[in-house]
Design a protein around this ligand. Structure first.
Ligand code: PLP
Length: 389
């Protein structure tokens, strides 16, 4: 066989999908699986979104759209983001893509290449590391710390910047921890970055509409001095329960949009037109359903965190956002990979070992509480039986 690109062959698949495959295989054999592994809301998109998709499926657009998105959607996204964060955003800065992942993937291609370094969170969303690798940059992990409620220390992040650093990926509220970075640390990072004009920030804010009482979220777009080197990543997946629709957006510094546009024409031409029309209905329509989703996650958060803290050898911080709990299981004396495997094989509870999210995730499990209260209670009971058994 011809030689393959080592940047691509070295890619590791996201652990959550491997757990999902195994859970589905066990389920097909009749096992009563409770899946707390995969990270997606267990709701349907709001009714008016479905109606808009149905209309678009009949009436179009059926052909290619502009590579960077239907103009009306880009306008609506600009107004939506500007309204949320009270900052000026123009449609020229908005790029519509098939899912949140595409924005950071393209950023890693744009800022990659031999000799460049990209900072990313550890534990963090695993595809960051792999996107960095496939773009040819060196990934430099920065620690996310439990004692900071799963936030970072801005000074520590800044200390990892070298003359080769091109991009820093930040993610708050975070996968896998649910942590919301303290607004003061975000401000300190922004202030410190003024000393590093060659570094751009990609702020993954895909969970930013899932923030719970006690936490304060600050968007990176709030810093006008850094606006020309900030890329905002967001999308419809988590906010509107639309993970399978593949719809996301980036707010990019204007000079980068032409490069992203070229990448899109090479890679996927444009985003599905029907999904874009559904996305337009979602962000211009009523938001009460979204608030209902958020409240429902907040109720489940308490149930899960209280339940986890009552388990022997387990302690769990109250996450500020998203729909993940990241319990510390060191007190059980069990490596997290073994515990996750046994819980799946013996108790049929699917969750993800923390080291799938980076070396600093060892000793933790990630549990998605996007499941019914009944399932969550049952899963916690099975975990208790296993740990007591
Ligand atoms: N960013 C984070 C932190 C995520 O957890 C996810 C999905 O799990 C994504 C981005 C990707 O979202 P999408 O499914 O829209 O590509």
């Amino acid at each position: 066989m011809s030689q393959l690109n080592p940047n691509i062959t070295a890619i590791e698949e996201e652990g959550a999908f491997a757990v999902l495959d195994r859970a589905l295989a066990l389920k097909a054999k009749g096992a009563p699986i409770i899946n707390l592994g995969i990270g997606q809301p267990d709701f349907s998109p709001p009714e008016h979104v479905l109606a808009a998709a149905e209309k678009a499926a009949r009436e179009g657009p059926h052909g290619y759209t502009s590579p960077i998105g239907i103009p009306a959607l880009r306008e609506a996204v600009a107004a939506h983001v500007a309204g949320r964060f009270k900052v000026p955003v123009s449609a020229d800065e908005v790029v519509i893509v098939p899912g949140g992942k595409v924005t950071f993937y393209f950023a890693c291609l744009l800022f990659g290449g031999p000799g460049s370094e990209i900072l990313y969170p550890d534990p963090g969303f695993p595809p960051y590391r792999e996107a960095i690798r496939s773009g040819g940059a060196t990934g430099v992990p920065y620690p996310i710390r439990e004692e900071r409620d799963f936030g970072f220390d801005a000074e520590e992040v800044l200390s990892l910047i070298t003359p080769r650093t091109r991009l820093i990926i930040i993610n708050s509220p975070a996968n896998p921890t649910g942590g919301v970075v303290d607004a003061r640390e975000i401000e300190k990072l922004a202030e410190g970055l003024l000393r590093h004009p060659g570094v751009t920030v990609l702020s993954d804010e895909i969970y930013s509409q899932l923030v719970f009482s006690g936490a304060r979220f600050e968007s990176f777009l709030a810093f006008p001095e850094l606006r020309q080197r900030t890329i905002l990543l967001d999308g419809w997946s988590k906010t509107f329960a639309m993970t399978g629709w593949r719809l996301g957006f980036g707010v990019w510094p204007k000079p980068l949009v032409e490069h992203v546009r070229k990448l899109i024409t090479v890679d996927h031409s444009c985003t599905n037109g029907v999904a874009q029309m559904a996305g337009l209905a979602a962000i211009t329509g009523p938001m009460d359903e979204i608030e209902r989703f958020r409240q429902s996650f907040e109720t489940r958060r308490k149930l899960v965190v209280d339940g986890l803290n009552a388990l022997p050898g387990v302690s769990c911080r109250m996450p500020g956002g998203a729909f993940y709990a990241f319990p510390n299981i060191r007190g059980t004396g069990r490596p997290s990979r073994d515990l996750a495997r046994d819980l799946l094989e013996e108790k049929h509870v699917a969750l993800i070992p923390g080291e799938s999210f980076g070396a600093n995730g060892a000793g933790y499990l990630r549990l998605s509480y996007a499941a019914s209260e009944k399932e969550l209670t049952e899963a916690l009971g099975r975990m208790r039986d296993h740990l007591n058994g």
